[in-house]
Design a protein around this ligand. Structure first.
Ligand code: 5GP
Length: 208
């Protein structure tokens, strides 16, 4: 069985990454979603072990020492990290593993797994981004400002991604992202065995 791919989904807070990932998981059965660990407090409605594993700073730092993360980063004053065991196990079983992480983490994943697929999700405009962040109603004005500032910084890194997904209409966005992930399985780097076989056969035929 082929090993699953690692799919990194990043994007501005308020770009609709959460909805996108939820829809991908609902519609297709070949994806596994990695649940991150964080020191941030749960928002209303968030569930332990589903949205995140909510831990203390001490627990997080202990996991860092134990090499328990594929990557981790700080974002607006909190730690966020991708637990290693689940990701490796799911990839081995052939699932494409989705990581919904921010940009520093995405860079670390790219270094560790050069074949990872990096997708950046963005709303159609900065104005719509601000409206979505404000409309969520769960964050203070100060946090919204910090997140907008962070978005401006993050926009500098978009070119390092393989694809951008503009989330105007969620249906179109889900279809497009599905296409990006599926197409990436056909990259030569992920089909080396097949290519070697064809090449060897062609060489053999040429000398016959
Ligand atoms: P939020 O607090 O809104 O849930 O997440 C803040 C940011 O942290 C988002 O951009 C989210 O994608 C990112 N994030 C969530 N989990 C991880 C993780 O495990 N590693 C990294 N590097 N970023 C994460």
């Amino acid at each position: 069985m082929r090993q699953g791919a690692l799919v990194v989904i990043s994007g501005f807070a308020g770009a609709g990454k959460g909805t996108l990932v939820k829809e991908l998981m609902k519609r297709y059965d070949n994806y596994a979603l990695s649940v991150s660990m964080t020191t941030r407090s749960p928002r209303p409605g968030e569930k332990e072990g589903e949205s995140y594993f909510f831990v203390t700073k001490e627990q997080f730092e202990k996991t860092i020492e134990e090499n328990g993360f594929i990557e981790y980063a700080q974002y607006v004053g909190n730690y966020y990290g991708t637990p290693r065991a689940y990701v490796e196990e799911q990839m081995r079983s052939g699932k494409d593993v989705i990581l919904e992480i921010e940009i520093q983490g995405a860079h670390k994943v790219r270094k560790l797994y050069p074949d990872a697929i990096l997708i950046f999700v963005t709303p159609p405009s900065a104005q719509i981004l601000k409206e979505r962040l404000t409309g969520r109603g769960t964050e203070t004005a100060e946090v919204i400002k910090k997140r907008m500032d962070r978005a401006a910084q993050e926009s500098e890194g978009i070119e390092d991604y393989d694809y951008i997904a503009v989330n105007d209409d969620i249906e179109t966005c889900v279809t497009n992202v599905r296409g990006m992930i599926e197409a990436s399985h056909f990259r030569p780097a992920l089909n080396e065995e097949f290519i070697s076989q064809v090449r060897a056969d062609l060489e053999k035929m040429a000398t016959e």
